[in-house]
Design a protein around this ligand. Sequence first.
Ligand code: DC
Length: 221
Amino acid sequence: MINIAIDGPAGAGKSTIAKAVAKRLGIIYLDTGAMYRSVAYYVLKHGVSVSDEKGVQGILGGLEMDIRYEDGAQQIYVCGENVTPYLREPHMSKAASDVSALPAVRYKMVELQREFAASHDVVLDGRDIGTFVLPEANCKFYMTASPEERAERRHKELAEKGSACTFKEVLDDINKRDYNDSHRAVAPLRQADDAVYIDTTDMTPEEVIELVVRTVSEKRK
Ligand code: DC
């Protein structure tokens, strides 16, 4: 099995790179952030606060998550409903970051991710893949960029979708999520000792993809 872990903070470009690398290698891409976003969607739909640990624990047993690939794209079904179209709405980012700090949520998602990785050749992107989910992954990368660069990329992406968010709002959100994701008690965001560090601030996506594919090929030799 090939398991490639790409971790890093919000807006570092992980999903763009992970998707392209998976395509180049002819393997699957698993977006683990979308899994936490789906939990947030489920929790909010039940009228429970994403930071109410007891409330979330009370409904977590009923959460059935099914990850499918339709026309090559990942779709997440929660209790039979395809929730994928709702996951990238701006309020979902903070909700996912909050809900992902709850240990019960993490253990449930980590179990699903480990099962998935055991039966598929896959590129996974997230925060804790190389450090906690798959410490034995064949190849690990830690991808980052300056907060300003990440905010600029996210702001551009949102503006193209017609969002009226200001640059400052996006930067504040990135800084808040960085803090949240790297200060939680269970499996916080950090670079694995054996991960290849990539600062994408001054790199084009093509350069990053090339570097990752080359590193993976060298490690597999
Ligand atoms: O990658 P993303 O922005 O879609 O992730 C949304 C949130 O989910 C992120 O703020 C932290 C959390 N997350 C996590 O805790 N562990 C992962 N492996 C992936 C995401």
